[in-house]
Design a binder for this molecule. Sequence first.
Ligand SMILES: Nc1ncnc2c1ncn2[C@@H]1O[C@H](COP(=O)(O)OP(=O)(O)OP(=O)(O)O)[C@@H](O)[C@H]1O
Length: 375
Amino acid sequence: MKVGVEALELTYGEHRAVKNLDLTIPDGSSVVLLGQSGCGKTSTMRCIAGLESPSGGRITIGERTVYDGASGTSIPSHKRNVGMVFQSYAVWPHMTVLDNVAFPLKMKGVGRAEARRKAIDVLEVVGLGHLGERGASMLSGGQMQRVALARSMAMEPAVLLLDEPLSNLDARLRDELRVELRRIQLDRGLTSLYVTHDQQEALALADRIAIMQGGRITQLGTPEEIYAAPASASIASFLGVTNVFEVDSLDGNRAVLADQGGQLLVDEAEAGIPGTRFACIRPEHVRVTPATGEGAATATNRMRGTVEVAVFQGASIRCTVRTGTGLAIEAICPPPVTGTLATGSEVSLEVDARAVRLLPEDVTELQQAQEVVAV
Ligand SMILES: Nc1ncnc2c1ncn2[C@@H]1O[C@H](COP(=O)(O)OP(=O)(O)OP(=O)(O)O)[C@@H](O)[C@H]1O
């Protein structure tokens, strides 16, 4: 069911944890709240679940208003029909896997046979159909988290709230379960809100990502839109854009970098936007080649530099190159011709002017993601 949050406010004492927050989760879609620790993600989710008392705003689930500060409406958590999955697995160790899933259904008044049938069905969906009779204490972390997910899904909630459910798992399991979760979400058309500080998780699981900073949503868009066009330098940094350079001034379509960092050619359209202060370049948009002469093509930045460090990542190499003007530029490149990227190598860098984005340091109002421009 569709979930609507309007002008939500939550304060803890003097601290405003959630500030005038608006968010819609369309029916059957997955929204991921992505932001640094302490930005208010969990608080927002807990307000939707009915586990916090907001200080104002309105929350609707389907057609029902579950919270309204103006009229004093507040439906208790257990009557909101929300399912929750947390970081901690929260399975009952003394019960079998099947009973873990069937028990809450029985508590809700579902008959024994029907509860069992539903439990078997959702255990199948999460890939645990063969482990129904096993004691829950004998499961791995990943399996326990699947049980927790199955238990929430069995209740057929109007919305599934997931708060960093994968963060206690090791990296391999996390990757595996992330794909599995997305498959289940799409197959079942679950309406879900997922909270994480992990950008890979957000990119993989979201129909829409809501970037949260300081109690507000500052950008909303599809994973592709947010990845290609972050609204501010702080969002870009958070998304792993390591090349963020302060701009001193603009000279036509040249950005003069602060601290004698040299100049970068930028797209004319970017140069025309007033008030921007940081030049951001994704590492994968930097081309590294063996050193050649400095070129003078108009639409491409060309620089010479020395490889400071290069890290082999399997399918790619991540390296830091120090340019003649002292800029440290990161690049992600395909595995190179032998030796090109060894530490100390002289290399040439190329960055298309259209790959240099000029962004404000921060945004405080919600930015809808812009159309993605390929470079
Ligand atoms: N019960 C509480 N009492 C007082 N302050 C709180 C309480 N819970 C959270 N806060 C504060 O509110 C802010 C938002 O916390 P919240 O847990 O929502 O952040 P988060 O983005 O989910 O972070 P994390 O990823 O670390 O869980 C933080 O500054 C936190 O310290």
